[in-house]
Design a protein around this ligand. Structure first.
Ligand code: NAP
Ligand code: 3JN
Length: 340
């Protein structure tokens, strides 16, 4: 990494993803000169710790980006639409965690292990989009398979942690579990139903085709990042009572035959992947094991004999890290290495 240091802003610094961004910048020793923390008026003046220093939160506004080189956005799609163009106009490159710009054909949508070349297109608008968490971890695992034998179709089921819905959802699961143990009534406000001891086959709102927005994000973002609209993809996304770590069952129909042994070999050396696949010893990827991990865990690799060329994978990753904050910081690292 170069010796130069950068002025970095985090829009949404007080949130679940913003907090993880602070952690990842520190853990990866990102070369920071000034760190500017931005959030709503509710948080102005609140102090957050970074490398032993207390930094006061400032208001996210159009004027907040003067002198900033890199602006990491995780304050929701509306705030990205409202303020990312002003940040880019002030000279920052925006790395946006929301869905606001992901499907804009002029804005790159990037997973550094998969399509780092797309970052070059940042110049058009000064904005780079970070994909949805469920898409990111799946594509890190699928990229080596795509390169080796091609992918025809994906059938996906997700088991997504509540941290994907933000800080309030983490509190809701915690409160419901405690209320259940105390014999008190369970209150639901973030989710339409009780999430403790339950599985909700709804993430985000329903669309006219019967799928949820989260499901269609997986379909559309995968095709954009893999630059292949012909891949058949169907997804069912489910919220489960887990705090951190999204798990995914991914059934892959490949264009050419690949054995489970060959997939294991690919996963053992794939960037960003940790192979965890000794089921005979009870070793497979677990949400409880991925918390705080930068790698995506892949296991339960086996051939699907119901089709000619089929492989099943179980893919688990820390949704707040690789699914959001880490991927964004990796984009920033690739950007400063190659384009700044
Ligand atoms: P969160 O814990 O609820 O935090 C929301 C953050 O946005 C807080 O810092 C909040 O500031 C700030 N914010 C909200 N309204 C604002 C406003 N009007 N002006 C300025 N700041 C405002 O949510 P989160 O889990 O961190 O997620 C934040 C966003 O990141 C999501 O909406 C989504 O777009 C994106 N995200 C992406 C992924 C992914 O898959 N890549 C995963 C999770 C989240 P206050 O504390 O001051 O309210
Ligand atoms: O639910 C999850 O596990 C991931 C949630 C992501 C999310 C939550 C609120 C708004 C997004 C996203 O990243 O797609 C958004 C959004 O920006 O639309």
């Amino acid at each position: 990494m170069s010796e130069k240091k950068y002025n970095v802003a985090i829009a949404g610094a007080t949130g679940a993803v913003g907090g993880a961004m602070l952690e990842v910048l520190k853990r990866r020793d990102f070369p920071i000169n000034e760190l500017r923390l931005l959030a709503s008026e509710r948080s102005v003046g609140k102090k957050l710790k970074f490398q032993g220093e207390e930094i006061a939160v400032q208001l996210l506004s159009e004027d907040a980006f003067e002198g900033i080189d890199i602006a990491l956005f995780s304050a929701g799609a509306t705030r990205s639409l409202d303020f990312a163009p002003a940040a880019a106009k002030a000279g920052a490159v925006v790395i946006d965690n929301s869905s606001a710009y992901r499907m804009d054909p002029e804005i790159p949508l990037v997973v550094p292990e998969v399509n780092p070349h797309a970052i070059a297109d940042y110049k058009k608008h000064g904005i780079i989009a970070n994909p949805n968490c469920s898409t990111i971890q799946m594509l890190v695992a699928l990229k080596p398979i795509l390169d080796k034998v091609g992918i025809k179709r994906l059938v996906i089921s997700t088991y997504q942690a509540v941290s994907g819905s933000g800080a309030k959802a983490i509190e809701e699961l915690d409160a419901q579990v405690k209320a259940y143990a105390a014999g008190d009534p369970l209150e639901a406000s973030v989710y339409p139903h009780q999430i403790a001891f339950n599985c909700l086959p709804q993430i985000d709102s329903f669309l006219d085709n019967g799928y949820t927005k989260e499901e269609m994000k997986m379909v559309n973002e995968t095709r954009k990042i893999f630059e292949d609209d012909s891949i058949g993809i169907t997804a069912t996304t489910v919220r489960v009572p887990v705090f951190y770590g999204h798990s995914e069952s991914v059934n892959v129909e490949t264009k050419h035959k690949i054995t489970s042994a060959e997939v294991k070999e690919l996963m053992a050396s794939a960037p960003g992947v940790k192979l965890v696949d000794n089921p005979e010893n009870g070793e497979y990827p677990l949400a409880t094991a991925c918390e705080g991990e930068f790698d995506t865990l892949v296991g339960r690799i086996r051939e699907d004999d119901s089709i000619e060329n089929g492989i099943n994978l179980w893919v688990v990753s820390d949704n707040i890290l690789k699914g959001a904050a880490l991927n964004a910081v990796q984009i920033a690292e690739t950007f400063i290495q190659n384009y700044k």
